[in-house]
Design a protein around this ligand. Structure first.
Ligand SMILES: Cc1cc2nc3c(=O)[nH]c(=O)nc-3n(C[C@H](O)[C@H](O)[C@H](O)COP(=O)(O)OP(=O)(O)OC[C@H]3O[C@@H](n4cnc5c(N)ncnc54)[C@H](O)[C@@H]3O)c2cc1C
Length: 460
């Protein structure tokens, strides 16, 4: 049977775009999530296919549908929660060759693309027109448009420009029965019909394969600047972030976090807290915002970095630091949304009680962070011991952390999705009725359960 399926895929795509040899399948055994230590590298898909067009995706889906084979759409593979782990084998639909820009409409500030283009490549192209998607994820060099939509990706510049979820105007999706759905006209705002594209934002490939997206873009700013300040610790830096969030000043994105060594950013020794705000807009706007935020820094006792250090920091932080994080190995990064009044309690419980209870250690300088603004979220990075026993402890800790987060009315995963990492803890965040509604949607769109099965929602 496997041989027969392979032949059908080859008939559709040609030999070069169907991978079936173990050595070729090796890189496709997971995303950046750490599966159980003894299972590392053991799971593999049956095939990887590299389509170039919507029609080819349709053919692949029809083969999978007729033979009830799981399908896992793949973008850059930078997901963090096991969304790409082939738990039941199946076909990975790698969108790497679906990377074309179909149309740029300057009057409508819209771009239509295939899903496999990276955020970085799209922005480089748009910059020729003086435009940008402004979806500045830490993973923007490898993350694709399809992957970002399918995980409802977070952008550091969310306060001014929103995130990818705010930019989707229309999607083309190949559904599990092989039909092609166009979710609506290429408009950003409408009140007709159900907003079908919303179903696929953050769906992690469980409802269909996105084959085209029309996205709202924005002009590049006239001016870009940053305020960077150093504090004794995270908690005073956090005060500056809280003050900024309570003000009416328009900033692009801001963060407060702890750092192991801030001297490399120009800080005096022993400053363990950093606060920065990124500012974009017209020159006048940015100057006024800079002045306002500098006053917040002075009022909260921060030491402001030199202007050139602040600008350099933004580039170093976004362009190197985040990229480097991907290679740091057996670790996990939590990103929870916790109501602001509980942030201290959350971190105290997390690091004071739960992590020690399960013998988990934080990554130095990356235990506390707040992405400030309307989509604010709290980060925490920790090491997972390289043993099955250590992994089991980590799984138990996750449950307790999820209990803590949801007891404050928060969300377990603000931008890394659910995958397999958080799936079994969703009962803490959603009622059984809500989960049943999700299961009904999944069943209606994917009755054979072939679209990325075993991810996103807990089975009943
Ligand atoms: C160093 C680092 C920094 C990160 N920083 C951020 C950050 O700042 N903000 C943030 O939001 N995330 C961040 N992430 C997480 C990750 O990069 C995002 O989830 C990203 O959006 C995933 O995109 P991708 O193309 O790599 O998707 P993949 O990992 O390939 O896939 C992710 C999910 O999307 C589905 N999918 C992919 N393409 C399609 C498609 N065409 N149709 C349907 N489903 C599809 C997959 O099936 C899978 O379930 C970071 C990760 C790393 C490693």
């Amino acid at each position: 049977m496997k041989q027969k399926i392979r032949q059908m895929l080859v008939d559709s795509l040609g030999t070069d775009r169907v991978l079936a040899e173990p050595v070729d399948l090796l890189p496709y055994n997971k995303d950046t999530y750490n599966v159980k230590f003894s299972e590392q590298g053991k799971l593999a898909p049956d095939f990887v296919v590299l389509p170039e067009t919507t029609e080819e995706v349709q053919e692949i889906v029809k083969i999978a549908r007729d033979h009830k084979i799981p399908l896992l759409p793949k973008g850059g593979g930078s997901g963090r929660t096991g969304m790409l782990v082939p738990i039941y084998g199946g076909i990975i639909v790698d969108t790497i060759r679906m990377n074309k820009i179909i149309e740029v409409s300057i009057p409508n500030l819209a771009v239509t693309v295939q899903p496999g283009i990276t955020l970085n490549d799209l922005d480089s192209y748009l910059s020729k027109y003086g435009l940008s998607l402004h979806q500045e994820q830490g993973s923007y060099k490898v993350a694709t448009v399809g992957g970002s939509i399918a995980t409802s990706g977070f952008s550091r510049k969310h306060q001014k420009y929103g995130t990818i979820a705010d930019r989707v105007m229309s999607l083309e999706v190949v559904l599990a029965d092989g039909s092609v759905l166009r979710t609506g006209k290429k408009v950003l705002y409408t009140s007709t019909g159900y907003r079908l594209h919303q179903l696929f934002i953050g769906a992690e490939g469980t409802l269909g394969i996105i084959t085209e997206a029309t996205l709202r873009v924005e002009p590049l700013p006239e001016e870009r600047d940053a305020v960077l300040a150093f504090y004794d610790d995270f908690w005073v830096a956090n005060e500056a972030a809280q003050r900024l969030m309570q003000s009416s000043v328009t900033f692009t994105g801001a963060e407060a976090y702890e750092v192991a060594d801030s001297t490399k950013y120009g800080a005096p020794p022993n400053k363990k807290g950093i606060f920065y705000a990124c500012l974009e807009g017209t020159k006048g706007e940015v100057e006024a915002e800079h002045k306002y935020i500098s006053n917040i820094v002075a009022d909260t006792g921060g030491i402001a970095a030199k202007p050139e250090d602040a600008k350099k920091f933004l580039d170093v932080y976004v362009k190197q630091f985040c990229g480097a994080r991907a290679t740091t190995g057996f670790e996990d990064a939590l990103v929870a949304y916790v109501p602001m009044e509980h942030i201290k309690e959350y971190y105290d419980e997390l690091w004071g009680r739960i992590m020690p209870k399960y013998g988990l250690e934080g990554v130095p300088g990356e235990k506390l962070s707040l992405d400030a603004g309307r989509y604010r979220m709290l980060g925490a990075r920790f090491f997972i011991e390289k043993s099955d026993e250590g992994w089991e402890r980590y799984r138990k800790a996750l449950r307790e952390i999820a209990t803590l987060t949801t007891s404050f009315g928060g969300s377990i995963s603000s931008c890394h999705g659910v995958g397999i990492e958080h799936k079994d803890n969703l009962d803490l965040e959603f009622s059984e009725i809500a989960l049943d509604v999700m299961r009904s949607i999944k069943k209606a769109l994917d009755p054979l359960n072939i679209m990325n099965p075993g991810k996103k929602i807990p089975e009943k």
